[in-house]
Design a protein around this ligand. Sequence first.
Ligand code: FMN
Length: 381
Amino acid sequence: MDFDIAQIDELLATTRAVRRRLDFSRPVDNQLLLDCIDLAEQAPTGGNLGSRRWIIIRDRRVKQQLGDLYRETALSFMATTAERRRGTGDPNERVMASAAYLAEHLAEVPAIVIPTIIGRHDGSGRPGLFDSVIQAAWSFCLALRARGLGTTWVTAALQNRARVKEILGIPEHITEIALFPVAYTRGTDFRRAPRDPARSITYFDRFGTTAERGPSAELSFDDGPGAIVEIDIGARPARVWSLVTDLNLPARFSTEFVGAEWASDARGVGATFHGRNQHPAIGQWTVTCFVDAWEEPRAFGWRTSDPNNPGARWRFDLEAGGGGTRLRFSYIIGPGPSGTTRALSNNPGRESRVLRRRIDEVHANMQRTVEGIKQLAELSG
Ligand SMILES: Cc1cc2nc3c(=O)[nH]c(=O)nc-3n(C[C@H](O)[C@H](O)[C@H](O)COP(=O)(O)O)c2cc1C
């Protein structure tokens, strides 16, 4: 069978969390929901044991009870979070306002569907329980979208498990997974969400090892190999920004970086600084660095040696979220000459081993650096 890849990709890419565009006035047929559940049941299940059980809620009073519970559990948090983020540009402001809207209107949706699984999630990592239901639940969302319906993956409404079980008569040995408010959508065009490109979140062979191209079967200079470390910091981006742009700070944590001084008065893209380093195999050296990213408080990046043909590219990215900051520190080797290219020419035929060693040592220093920054940022709040 030839699939229409473009259509299937569109379905996979545009099945959004729909809240404000749910059409409460248009009835939804039970058989349609059962058809979607039949499709969802084709998802894999551990041990081939069919342990998923679904509840479709139609009774207005039951929907009302779930709506009341959702509001009690989550509405004040959503409303205050939306209010706190108003005007900050944080994308969660819109999500929270929209989530609050759904909580207020939950009882009005034509149907609520709750997938459950026989068993209690015991945190054992045992496959076959939780892991056997998420994929079916998502298939259900996709099947809805293919038919002009929409939903949102809601978990906050299930937080008070005892009350949910009481309202729906769900036994103790059953775990409820998500709550899906289901309705036809107003219009069927939805956009792709902004997400990190696969290249930036996919590692090759070793966690934290990246490649700009390829990669080949083995680590290769031409693939643009590199490393990424990430850490979640309990401090605002502005605080983390002041630490990552303090050039000398990494010298406190890295075994290679000794210090740096700004070479230009101006800060921003095009500014330069001199970085001093030492390495047991190379001795000491100084490298000129050219700032190629300066977006306070989000990104600080620089290229070494030659801005048009850098020996390496380094970058800090700061992402706000959950009241803190996710700090990402990345490094890409090449494409220009550097100590690494010298080591490569001194070791013919050992390209992947030289690169592996280099990436591992840089990665370890980057890890120490972000851990140090986290500690300092959290100390000072
Ligand atoms: C595990 C999980 C829990 C979620 N819980 C809620 C929730 O309680 N209420 C809600 O309105 N949305 C909830 N969502 C929806 C997310 O807010 C939504 O997926 C996210 O904002 C991204 O939007 P998108 O799916 O359209 O890309 C949840 C999503 C997931 C995956």
